[in-house]
Design a protein around this ligand. Structure first.
Ligand SMILES: Cc1cc2nc3c(=O)[nH]c(=O)nc-3n(C[C@H](O)[C@H](O)[C@H](O)COP(=O)(O)O)c2cc1C
Length: 176
């Protein structure tokens, strides 16, 4: 399977990227091809709702990091959204990416399944992000392959010591 992981943290080498890499390690071990697009190195502006993409075969009027993400998205069978919780939701960076998928609203979307990886400082803060994800997946008729949420991330790199990280690698490894 061709899997695209979009990591929504602006912090390079942070907890979300560690989580995304742990997932990718397991998924690659099972023979999947995994591409990770990191919002710590790409800039994606918000959607303008200009509908230029509707009349230009899905080409967006804005030329930024989304060009690279859409190229990978168009080849992916599965898309994995990975994000830290910022104020009880996903980051603005990954929300901009999700909004810009509007460029495929008419042209059609290649992936047919998805997963969600979240991390946070405190427990009990995932509800908003999970609800939005579930509603989006239902709307797009995608198959949800799993939701993994890890809290207790009080500092950069704390993810490395999380006993829950292995579950994320095992999840990746379970995908075929
Ligand atoms: C702007 C901002 C808002 C945050 N909001 C929350 C929050 O609402 N609840 C929470 O538990 N953690 C919150 N956190 C903590 C992050 O979710 C946590 O540190 C996460 O592991 C950071 O991931 P990263 O290292 O990949 O950037 C916030 C952090 C930042 C920078």
């Amino acid at each position: 399977m061709n899997i695209l992981v979009i990591s929504g943290s602006p912090r390079r080498g942070g907890n979300t990227e560690i989580m995304a890499e742990a997932f990718a390690k397991g998924a690659r071990e099972s023979g999947n091809t995994v591409t990770i697009e990191k919002m710590s190195s790409l800039t994606v502006a918000p959607c303008l709702d200009c509908e230029y993409c509707f009349s230009h075969d899905g080409v967006c009027v804005q030329h930024d990091g989304m060009t690279e993400i859409l190229k990978a998205f168009d080849q992916a069978d599965m898309v994995v959204f990975a994000s830290p919780i910022y104020w009880f939701n996903v980051t603005a960076q990954i929300k901009a990416v999700i909004d810009r998928l509007y460029a495929r609203a008419q042209k059609g979307m290649h992936p047919s399944s998805s997963a969600l990886l979240l991390d946070s400082g405190s427990p009990g803060v995932f509800g908003g992000a999970v609800t939005a994800y579930k509603d989006t997946v239902k709307y797009l008729h995608w198959t949800d392959r799993g939701i993994y949420a890890i809290s207790g991330m009080k500092s950069k790199g704390a993810m490395k010591d999380s006993p829950d990280l292995k579950r994320v690698t095992d999840f990746g490894r379970s995908l075929k």
